[in-house]
Design a protein. Structure first.
Length: 126
């Protein structure tokens, strides 16, 4: 899995995976967790079909010791969150990985103000 290989190389590596419990999202989150044994997995029913505000609240509620998080979910919620965080609309097709760097010291300060930097967009393997 291309995404799992890339995620395993992120510094700092994600220590939290927030995911919708839907079948494909949950399977993807569990597969990526195998590459990230240090990461906790949270399958949250509120994230199934969640809007950007719900995703943002979940991120803002993360504890300070979580340096990096991975989100696994559905469009249009994640695509709209990405647009709000980066100020760009790259188009997030299914199974695409978006690697962002956030301009905040604490999760609670995260805003959809376009200040995040998109590091890389990785499409799914054919």
């Amino acid at each position: 899995m291309n995404a799992a290989r890339h995620v395993a190389r992120i510094i700092p590596p994600p220590t939290m995976i927030l995911s919708s419990p839907a079948l494909r999202a949950g399977d993807t989150a569990r597969a990526i967790q195998k590459a990230l044994p240090q990461a906790d997995l949270c399958l949250n029913p509120d994230l199934y079909g969640a809007d950007p505000a719900t995703w943002l609240r979940e991120l803002q509620a993360l504890p300070r010791d979580v340096e990096s998080a991975l989100l696994v979910g559905h469009n249009p919620g994640l695509e709209l969150l990405l647009a709000g965080l980066t100020g760009a609309t790259p188009g997030l097709s299914p199974a695409t990985l978006a690697h962002l760097e956030l301009a905040v010291d604490e999760w609670r300060d995260l805003r959809t103000d376009g200040t995040a930097r998109q590091v890389k967009l990785i499409p799914p393997e054919p």
